[in-house]
Every structure is written in structure tokens, then in C-alpha cells.
Design a protein around this ligand. Structure first.
Ligand code: GLC
Length: 421
């Protein structure tokens, strides 16, 4: 088993070298955020030992936006180079035509025990195009020790978070922690900002960009206010650099002990609690804040395993997918890496709950997470998300007010909608 990294600019050359060098029976592409690649390799190794087959593991870029364009290039070339792909929860509609219906191999029982909503999400025109591997929802990480030291409660609202972050950041800096930040999140112009900004907007009562009937709802004062609030953080409780942060940059600052609050996904828990973490034992996890009378909104994320229609070994590929998404692997990944199982029963498993207590405490957050509008916009979702994260980034960067941005976005999305959904 060897490891390669694929990046869009190198794709043609890399793809060619894979086919020549390939001795393995299968190739799987996995993410490499945090401990993701290692966990994937360990799971694959267990299957290799069990079956005697060999698998090549290929890593992909961390940004979901970059991964998507890489996969689109590979699939639109009908390439046989990658058999199994780790695909984002917002991609089934975009990629379905290139993916195998897993029920053709696994039968009708495929998907049993997994959350129905994810199976529905992965079923396009009656075809189950990916098996759920792990689910994700945005959560708020906070420094228990600093809140206690400075006498502050865990914030319920965005306004409280803003104030608490500012007070503690200033006090810590005055005591010599010059690099202390108040709040870090994912502010780069990419898919991660789509989720962060959706969380701000939805928790202000400003909707989900496009509703489940396909109506564009983003041009409203609550959405504008949510974006303006986030813009006010930049250069105050959040560093200017957050405009270029993905998950891993935010985690780096928080895990290095340099932020009071962080928005991230559950995976950051296992790493923040690891032996070499500066914040081990000092971290709490809770639901994201809301504003006014509205509810907290955790953006729904997650990843699935799909088999390419161009695979030369489809049945074997499906067997590996079934193994990796099965009970044993999901449990191992939950305990070792805090990856949320998609198998409902694992949320009652004592070893899982001991390793990641908030899987129990925040269960409602996970099952009620707010979806990005990938279902109603179908294969136009990529364009919708790009337009939304660009608009949000414009507001964060001070190029537009929230009001201007949502009005321009409404116009842009209406144009996309006329042609696509
Ligand atoms: C996480 C989520 C995924 C999302 C991505 C954005 O990986 O699981 O759904 O698209 O973050 O950065």
C-alpha cells in the first residue's frame, strides 16, 4: 500500500503515473484533515488482511471545494484510476451520474441502521450512490479554564460570545498572552465558509439561502444582520488571518492555546485532547450560539463512500465500502478520531460515549443539523455555494455591507436558478 497526493494542477500527470504504477487491486481516495488519512489507512489495512487484496490509498486536498473539482476532472474523463471516492454530503446530486448504485451489489438491505436522512440524501433518482461513513455538525469549542478564570458563562447567544471573547482576549493579552484570539472559525472563500455563514444566517432566523421548495430566500434583513455581525469580529475578536482559515488553521490556533472559542467539527475534539495538545483537559464543547428568539443552527456536514461507475473492480470496491462503513470501523473511528457514526446504535455505545461525551450531550444537535441547499438546487449546488461563500467573504473583508451582499446574491442566484432548477 502506498500513498499519493493528488492536486488539481498535477492531475493529468498524477493520473497517468497511477495507472502505470498500479499494482493494487483497488484505489481509494480519502481526506487528510487531522488524523483522517491515518484512520483511513488503518481501516483499509484491516480489510487487506481480511481479504488478501491490496489497496492503494490516495490523499486529497483538505478543502472540500478543491476536492470537488479534482473529482469532477477525474470523473468527467471517465477515468478508471480511482475506484472509491470519499464524497461530501452535498455532492450526491452533483456526481450521481458517475457513481454506481450500491444496491445493485449490496441488495435492498444496504443502508439499514444508518440515519434515514443521510440515506435519503444519498439516494438520487432511486439509486443509492454512496454509503454514509461519518456525519458532521458544527459545534462550539471553548476554553473551560479561561471562562472559569475570568468568571464567564458559556455563551448562549452570538452577542454573549462576542462580548466574552473580547473581555477574555483583552485580559489574557494584558497578562502577557499576546497571541490570544477571541474566536476562530472557517473564513476562507470555500465550502467551509458556506457552512459557517449558513450557521450565522439560520441562527438569526434568516433561512437557508434557498428553501426546500427551491425558492431563494437569502435577501432578508436577518441574513444581512448575521453577516454584518460576523464582519464586526474581523480584526476584533478574530484575527484578519481568519479570512484565509480552513478547519485546520482554526484548529492550529485553538490547539496551540491561542483562542478562547473555536467553531469546528467534532474531529477537532480527539486532536485537542491528544497528548501533545496545549489545551488537553481544558476544552468544552457545546452547541453554537443563536441570536434573539431564534435557535442554534449547526451546519450539517459529513462524508460518504462512493464507487466510480468507471471502476474495473466494482464488486470488490463495494465490498471495501461495506467494510469501511460498517459497525466495527465506525466505532473505531468514533473512539480514535471523534468521527460521528452514521449508525444510530453507536450513539448508545458506552465506549463511544466515554471517548466523546458530547456525542451523547449534543445528540439533538447532530440529528437536527441544518442542511445546505444541495437537495433543492441539485447539480447547480456548486454554483450556489460558490456564490454564497463569495458574498459572505465580501462582507467579512469589508467590501460590501450585509444588505448589499444579500441583494446582489439574490440577483446572481436568480440567474443561476432560471437555467438550472
Ligand atoms: C466538513 C464537512 C463537510 C463540509 C466541509 C466544509 O468536512 O463534513 O460536509 O463540506 O467540512 O469545509
Amino acid at each position: 500500500m502506498f500513498k499519493k497526493t493528488l492536486f488539481p494542477t498535477l492531475i493529468m500527470a498524477t493520473a497517468a503515473s497511477i495507472s502505470h504504477a498500479q499494482a493494487a487491486d483497488l484505489t481509494i481516495s480519502c481526506g487528510a484533515v487531522g488524523a483522517e488519512l491515518q484512520l483511513c489507512q488503518e481501516g483499509v489495512r484491516a480489510w487487506e488482511e481480511k481479504t488478501g487484496h491490496s489497496v492503494d490509498v490516495v490523499s486529497t486536498p483538505n478543502s472540500s471545494t478543491e476536492r470537488l473539482s479534482l473529482y469532477q476532472q477525474i470523473l468527467s474523463a471517465n477515468s478508471t484510476d480511482i475506484d472509491i471516492m470519499q464524497i461530501d454530503v452535498v455532492w450526491p446530486g452533483l456526481l450521481a451520474n458517475h457513481l454506481l448504485d450500491l444496491r445493485e451489489v449490496l441488495g435492498d438491505a444496504a443502508g439499514e441502521g444508518h440515519f434515514d436522512t443521510i440515506i435519503e440524501n444519498n439516494t438520487i433518482d432511486g439509486r443509492l450512490v454512496a454509503m454514509p461513513w461519518f456525519t458532521d455538525a458544527g459545534v462550539l469549542y471553548y476554553r473551560k479554564d479561561l471562562l472559569e478564570k475570568h468568571g464567564h458563562d458559556v455563551p448562549d447567544t452570538w452577542e454573549q460570545l462576542t462580548e466574552t471573547a473580547r473581555v477574555i482576549r483583552n485580559a489574557e493579552r494584558a497578562e502577557g498572552s499576546e497571541r490570544m484570539q477571541g474566536f476562530v472559525f472557517q473564513g476562507r472563500a470555500y465550502e467551509g465558509l458556506t457552512v459557517n455563514a449558513l450557521e450565522w444566517v439560520a441562527s438569526h432566523g434568516g433561512g437557508t439561502i434557498v428553501d426546500s421548495d427551491g425558492e431563494i430566500t437569502i435577501d432578508n434583513p436577518r441574513a444581512a444582520a448575521a453577516l454584518d455581525l460576523a464582519a464586526s469580529w474581523i480584526g476584533d475578536i478574530s484575527p484578519n488571518g481568519v479570512l484565509n482559515y480552513t478547519e485546520e488553521e482554526a484548529r492550529g490556533v485553538f490547539q496551540g492555546g491561542n483562542a478562547v472559542f473555536m467553531r469546528n467539527w467534532p474531529y477537532a475534539w480527539a486532536l485537542a485532547q491528544s497528548e501533545d495538545s496545549e489545551v488537553r483537559g481544558k476544552v468544552g464543547v457545546t452547541q453554537l450560539p443563536y441570536s434573539g428568539e431564534n435557535n442554534s443552527a449547526a451546519g450539517l456536514g459529513g462524508w460518504n463512500l462512493a464507487v466510480s461507475r468507471y471502476s474495473e473492480n466494482p464488486e470488490l470496491a463495494v465490498d471495501l465500502v461495506a467494510f469501511l462503513t460498517g459497525d466495527e470501523e465506525q466505532k473505531r473511528r468514533a473512539i480514535a478520531g471523534a468521527y460521528n457514526p452514521t449508525l444510530e446504535s453507536l450513539y448508545q455505545d458506552e465506549e463511544v460515549l466515554e471517548a466523546v461525551p458530547f456525542f451523547g450531550d449534543l445528540y439533538e444537535t447532530f440529528v437536527n443539523a441544518v442542511a445546505r441547499p444541495s437537495a433543492p438546487t441539485g447539480d447547480a449546488y456548486g454554483r450556489v455555494s460558490n456564490a454564497f461563500f463569495s458574498a459572505a467573504h465580501d462582507v467579512l473583508s469589508g467590501n460590501k455591507t450585509g444588505e448589499q451582499a444579500v441583494s446582489d446574491l439574490d440577483r446572481d442566484l436568480s440567474r443561476v436558478k432560471r437555467r438550472n432548477w
